[in-house]
Design a protein around this ligand. Structure first.
Ligand SMILES: [Zn+2]
Length: 276
């Protein structure tokens, strides 16, 4: 097995030469250089995706080949193959496609394909985050906590199962205010994550994910009933931070429910000497 480089999330900005090499593509060649980055190029998508998936596997987010992660850099998108062991994946397993050439989703153009396999069934859902929200990274997990939250909502009845809501918890501050909005949510703000129903085929979720994006324009995540969650952000750092914050909140919410504690509360703002 090739040695997998450690992901570097602090440095999101490659130098100009690295960036030029990364995005340099040939229309006719196999563009193998897109999936053979220098090992020290830690923030190259082809290094980051295997490194992140290996970490997500240890959290139970992508076990049994489910779940995954995709990264966009300018017009290029790196995506994992379908049905692979996510913790054993290497950069040479990845597919690369161009956002601009996705006019027909049923006839997708790939700039690089590995010798075998099909791209992840999550690909059209990842593309929705990139094209409709300008995201730089989209993560899909099959986290137990996400699934349990959708089951708890389902048990509350048809009118109360369409969104997860929580407020007055510190970790809510891990979320941006919304698409093209500045800053993050406040501790007192209510975080809302829409829930869509699961379908037999992952790709068929796309229209419902896009519908949820329209209905909840500020959301950075969509829960899928009895399945998991999709989370996206402007870059890898933001997508990963929100995915972690969300999983923390989902676990907390399940435990609050077990203790009979409500997810929405009234907590008065503390008056401080700073006046904030
Ligand atoms: Zn899935």
């Amino acid at each position: 097995m090739s040695k997998r480089p450690e992901a570097s999330l602090d440095s999101q900005m490659p130098d100009a030469d690295q960036k030029r090499r990364r995005l340099d593509i040939s229309e006719n060649g196999d563009n193998a250089h897109l999936v053979t980055p220098e090992p020290h190029d830690h923030d190259h998508p082809a290094n980051l995706i295997p490194a992140l998936c290996a970490k997500f596997w240890t959290l139970g987010w992508v076990t049994g080949t489910g779940g995954g992660c995709s990264i966009r850099d300018d017009d290029l998108v790196w995506v994992a193959p379908s049905g692979v062991q996510k913790e054993l994946m290497t950069s040479s397993d990845l597919f690369v496609l161009s956002v601009a050439q996705q006019t027909d989703p049923k006839n997708r153009v790939y700039l690089h394909k590995p010798p075998a396999g099909r791209p992840s069934q999550c690909t059209p859902l990842f593309m929705a985050a990139f094209t409709k929200r300008g995201a730089g990274c989209c993560i899909h997990t099959h986290s137990h906590w996400a699934v349990l939250v959708t089951l708890i909502l389902e048990s509350q009845g048809p009118e109360k199962d369409k969104a997860f809501e929580i407020n007055n918890i510190e970790q809510v501050k891990g979320f941006g205010r919304g698409h093209q909005k500045q800053g993050n949510l406040d501790y007192h703000d209510t975080l809302r994550i829409p829930v869509i129903e699961n379908t037999s085929h992952e790709e068929d979720l796309t229209e419902f994910l896009e519908e949820a994006m329209e209905k909840y324009p500020d959301t950075y995540a969509v829960l899928v009933r009895r399945h998991g969650v999709y989370v996206w952000g402007d870059n890898v750092h933001k997508a990963k931070t929100m995915c972690e914050s969300l999983d923390y909140l989902f676990q907390l919410a399940v435990e609050m429910k077990q203790l009979g504690l409500p997810w929405i509360s009234n907590v008065s703002k503390v008056v401080t000497s700073s006046g904030r």
